[in-house]
Design a protein around this ligand. Structure first.
Ligand code: ADP
Length: 153
């Protein structure tokens, strides 16, 4: 089975992430959205909320699974027998950042990273800008899937 993991913080998931996941599904038998939990990082949404948003968004697609993890992404790949890491690229800054990680993951973890260029319609979206809009109570609904709700704010 050709299985890829799509790792990230997803704080929260955006239409940019959804674009990469939906296009990734055409390339792999299974795409596992892996939500990283880093104790040193402050998140706007709890891990349960972030997981819930993604599960609800893709509840009708059996090829898309969601899980949480901490530790090295390549260790997770080995554990769940995923041979590929899927990542999205929006701009040169993403590329520079991702390049070193992908080279390291190949050299140290023997895991290949597959990059998809973001779609024109969603390439400007980032979770950090969405968080900023939510923080100031602006309208963020066109940037995220409908499952992302902020009733708690
Ligand atoms: P991280 O904290 O690892 O950067 P993110 O949740 O911000 O996690 O992003 C996870 C992945 O989704 C990364 O590969 C990132 O480049 C990609 N991504 C984020 N926003 C977009 C977007 N608008 N279009 C395409 N890919 C995106």
């Amino acid at each position: 089975m050709k299985r890829a993991i799509f790792p990230g913080s997803f704080d929260p998931i955006t239409l940019g992430h959804c674009d990469i996941i939906n296009r990734g599904v055409a390339l792999f038998d299974e795409v596992i959205v892996a939500i990283g939990e880093n104790s040193a990082k402050k998140y706007m949404f709890s891990i349960e909320e972030r997981k819930g948003f993604i599960e609800t968004t893709f509840k009708n697609d059996p090829k898309i699974k969601v899980m949480t993890y901490s530790g090295l992404t390549t260790d997770l790949c080995k554990e769940i027998e995923a041979d590929f890491i899927l990542r999205g690229l929006r701009n040169p800054a993403d590329f520079e950042f991702e390049k070193a990680i992908a080279h390291t993951n190949l050299k140290v973890g023997e895991i290949e990273t597959i990059f998809l260029l973001s779609s024109i319609e969603t390439s400007f979206i980032s979770s950090s800008i969405v968080r900023e809009i939510i923080h100031y109570k602006g309208s963020y609904e066109n940037l995220v899937p409908a499952a992302v709700k902020t009733n708690f704010l």
